[in-house]
Design a protein around this ligand. Sequence first.
Ligand code: CA
Length: 220
Amino acid sequence: MRLLLVEDDHRLVAKLKPSLQRQGYAVEVADNGIDGEFLGLEEDFDLIILDLGLPQKNGLEILRQWRHRQRQTPVLILTARDAWHERVDGLKAGADDYLGKPFHTEELLARLEALARRQAGQSQNLLQWNDVTLNLDSQQATTASGDTIDLTAIEFRLLRWFLSHPTGIHSKTVLSEHVYEEEDLRDSNVIEVYINRLRQYFGRDFIETRRRQGYRLRQP
Ligand code: CA
């Protein structure tokens, strides 16, 4: 899952980013309104955390602009404490959830998971396909034969992406965008290595290769 964090408080970013990464998000940060708006419009994210008080352009204007331009990515806004009008304005502008500062990181993570589940239409913290189950809390997978597998961070992100979009065909480029956060670390050839690991865990035909198109989960 790719997550955009638009926040100008560098100390908060330094604290949040590692927690988000541990949770399996590939995190991109913008520290001002102009960059944040641009990234949200031009790039493809699964979730966005948007601070409202930003230099250069405030969060509400950015959110209105995204929604006006049909960007429907779930957005959680960060609002000033006790500023109830900010929350109302934010929800009206198209935010999906809000959190008042200061907040506990655990609460933010739980709300993000809830947003992601709502987006994917699931009700619990499990993703499932063809007898393979992924637990988003423990980051463990269960195979068809009932074995539990501890996934590495990249394996987890990749499997979560597949299980969240089970009927889609995904190119190596798209997969590497959603698995790696740093552009310079993206190497679409390495994706093949991880695809093969998932096949070792869940069976050779769990992920099909579509010539010149990419990869797709085996359809039932
Ligand atoms: Ca701020």
